[in-house]
Design a protein around this ligand. Sequence first.
Ligand code: F0G
Length: 363
Amino acid sequence: MNTPGHRRIGVIDRYRDLLPVTENTPVITLNEGSTPLIESPKLAGRLGRGCRVFLKYEGLNPTGSFKDRGMTVAVSLAAERGANTVICASTGNTSAAAAAYAARAGMRCAVLLPSGNIALGKVAQAFVYGATVISINGNFDACLNVVRDLRGETNIAVVNSINPDRLEGQKTAAFEIVDELGDAPVVHVLPVGNAGNITAYWKGYQEYNKLQRATRTPRMIGFQAAGAAPIYLDRVVPSPETAASAIRIGNPASWARAKIAITESGGAIDIVSDDEIFEAQLWLATHEGIFAEPASAAAVAGFLKCTDPSRRCGSCPLAQLPENSTVVLTLTGHGLKDVAAVLDRRPAPVPAEANKAAVLRLL
Ligand code: F0G
């Protein structure tokens, strides 16, 4: 599978037996999945005691985020059921994936985006893949409410994670991690917005454990942005605020299931500030050469916070790791999706004359 000389295949063909597809399902794929699991000795150094840390870089999926895993399954099954239109609410990445897979399937796509709150690269993707882009006067939660009302309309398939097919596809990331490491990690860290991904990973890890392909399930740790932290606060946040626009969500669809994942796994839900998110994004780029979008950096920010000796809290799963533990962090989306978030916070390029001496002076 996906070894040298072999073509990279999509997640439906890779994990067909564990997905709700049949031989009659038309496979709509862009060869998503099989993303790199990059070891980070620098992050592991913060844990010591022989621990290893890996980054599952989902930004290298075909549309630049983990959403492609769920979308290949959701759009394939929608096509099988005869839908001709897919629709979703989105903070940007779901809409990019829906638009691409709908284009591939020859279906129409409409995306509902909160007005003014979407990273430019993601809007560009929805347009370029040919979706009808609808700017809703309201936040993501309002967009999702409209989409809920559209469920059941003839020929329309809702491809948000309220559609269980999405989570089926997304659970394949957990399968890949276990297949590559030989077992489940001891801790899995990821950002939480609408809470579908933490739910999907937990499902994947549980299924592999039941099938005895993993000897354990990891403790799941989710990080929300401090201004958009309904699960952490245990209440709806009517006006969520964070510069990590992908996770600016105040009433997550998979809230209850995310809580189950956290509780059953012995995990935790915690928050990080926007400043911590952007520091972590830069840390990751400057120390590991990986450019992830701000929402993804929330996981790294959380890891950096929880492994800072001056801030460590006693109940954190990362504070009580057995020796030689493996930790995986999911980097959910590519940094190029939201360049404004970076450029707004970086100094401008340094000007120089077009000669060697002028450049050497700046080194
Ligand atoms: N990271 C990125 C880059 C995302 O786009 C999202 C969600 C998340 C993390 C959180 O994942 O919702 O499963 O808890 N983006 C959705 C969207 C909401 O519309 O693209 P989650």
